[in-house]
Design a protein around this ligand. Structure first.
Ligand code: CA
Length: 443
């Protein structure tokens, strides 16, 4: 999730006529007098199993027949576009926060505010505000106004460390309540970077972070940001932003605490983390089932913090929306409520190790259990409740302006261009894309 970009050129698919969704039965129902809904989502095997079970329970409890269409994460956007173009919009389907504006403007998703606010099956107050607010839209900005989906989940992106490795290196374990400064983090990462078997080649590194998913915490905690508050101006050409990006690039080029480009090509840093060769690495809720099998002890900590001294990170989310054209809006909303807020359904998803609970009370109970990994689950909740932010490209009409920052960033990462020079060049290009997106949004 969140790792494939939402629909980039949203308008294009409304004109891509003639595409039909293979294997999709029309969401008509009615033939037998039975109410029938189509639910389209994406996910891996664990997720598919958990949702199939949840849907069966929903069918039994509500006397509604639900057809499931499941795709891989990569194929979802394409298949949904085809379904929309073919006027076979599923009754219930996943959307990302970045899709809300376009879907609302094009009449694809239903305003479900009245249904969920007046619902006796869910308690909106018990669902993370961040999650619900991600699918609000007031016609101008995403984040406020009417509700167009409920969160399938919230995905707080956190930081972790290999406890076994730090203990072996004699490094005091990081404080879960006090983030490392940038300097402290580099010092720890240097101690971990080593040739442990004496063959002359490094086989253990302090860290190894993908810029696209890890730059945000460092920029924000250093006082920088991508946009101004009303999302009309790109603000990357600042000393705070440049300093954090330079620091990020220096981890490899100056401090040498990450695998080199060549070493990362042989085996990427995710695989090296899994093998126990990397000290510090991001950890998100969707990693938890895989990470239970790691051959070392690990835990979650706040991201190192720059000049503000306050840690930062981002939260991903997917939402479950109802089609504007559904024949059964009440039943469709009930299904959304069931998938996003039913206790048993939530528990099976949490047990599958793919997400944190959507329900606040359930999440507190889950986080309080420090006997299962990670012990510091509370950090995930802190991100959701307190310091997490949306990805900068997630709340604008499209993310082209945001993607532009990463398109030509390699020379900075390779130490061939300074961060300050690059950002000065990139900002006007990003601004052009942002202006175009805001114009499309009618802002
Ligand atoms: Ca070695």
């Amino acid at each position: 999730m969140m790792k494939s970009r939402p629909i980039a050129a949203t308008l294009a698919f409304f004109t891509a006529a003639g595409l039909m969704l293979g294997g999709c039965s029309a969401p008509t129902g009615g033939d037998t007098g039975e109410k029938k809904l189509t639910f389209m989502f994406r996910g891996g095997e664990d997720e598919k199993k958990a949702y199939e079970k949840a849907v069966e329970q929903f069918e039994a409890a509500n006397g509604v027949d639900v057809d499931i269409i499941v795709t891989t994460a990569d194929q979802y956007a394409t298949k949904l576009k085809a379904a929309i173009a073919g006027k076979q919009v599923p009754d219930v389907f996943y959307i990302g926060p970045g899709d809300v504006q376009a879907y609302v403007q094009n009449g694809i998703v239903k305003d479900i505010t009245e249904y969920v606010e007046g619902s006796d099956t869910i308690d909106l107050e018990n669902i993370w505000e961040y999650g619900v607010d991600s699918y609000r839209y007031d016609g101008k900005l995403v984040g406020e106004g009417a509700i167009y989906a409920l969160p399938k989940d919230v995905g707080p992106f956190s930081f972790g460390y290999n406890k076994t490795m730090l203990e072996k290196a004699g490094i005091p374990l990081p404080d879960k309540d006090k983030p490392y400064t940038f300097e402290e983090f580099v010092a720890a990462a240097k101690k971990l970077t080593a040739d442990t078997n004496g063959d002359g080649a490094l086989d253990q590194w302090g860290t190894g972070l993908n810029v696209q998913w890890n730059l945000q915490p460092f920029v924000w905690s250093n006082g920088g940001d991508w946009l101004n508050e009303d999302r009309t101006k790109v603000t990357v050409d600042t000393p705070e932003f440049a300093e954090s990006l330079q620091w990020f690039a220096d981890l490899q080029n100056v401090h040498g605490v990450t695998p080199s480009v060549a070493e990362a090509q042989t085996l990427d840093t995710y695989q090296r983390w899994m093998k126990g060769e990397i000290g510090f690495f991001p950890i998100a809720p969707w990693d938890l089932s895989t990470y239970q099998k790691l051959g070392f002890e690990w835990d979650v900590i706040p991201y190192p913090a720059g000049d503000t001294g306050k840690t930062a990170s981002w939260i991903g989310s997917l939402g479950v929306a109802v089609s504007e054209s559904t024949k059964y809006p009440e039943e469709a909303v009930k299904l959304v409520e069931y998938l996003t807020a039913n206790k048993e359904a939530q528990q099976s998803l949490v047990d599958a190790g793919i997400q944190i609970p959507n329900l606040k009370d359930m999440a507190e109970t889950w986080a309080a259990d420090t006997t299962t990994k990670p012990a510091n689950k509370a950090e995930f909740l802190e991100i959701v409740k307190d310091y997490g932010r949306a990805l900068p490209g997630g709340n604008t009409f499209n993310a082209e302006w945001y993607d532009e920052l990463f398109t030509n960033i390699q020379p900075v990462l390779d130490g061939k261009q300074t961060a300050a020079d690059y950002l000065k060049e990139a900002q006007p290009r990003m601004q052009e894309f942002l202006d175009a997106a805001n114009q499309q949004a009618g802002n």
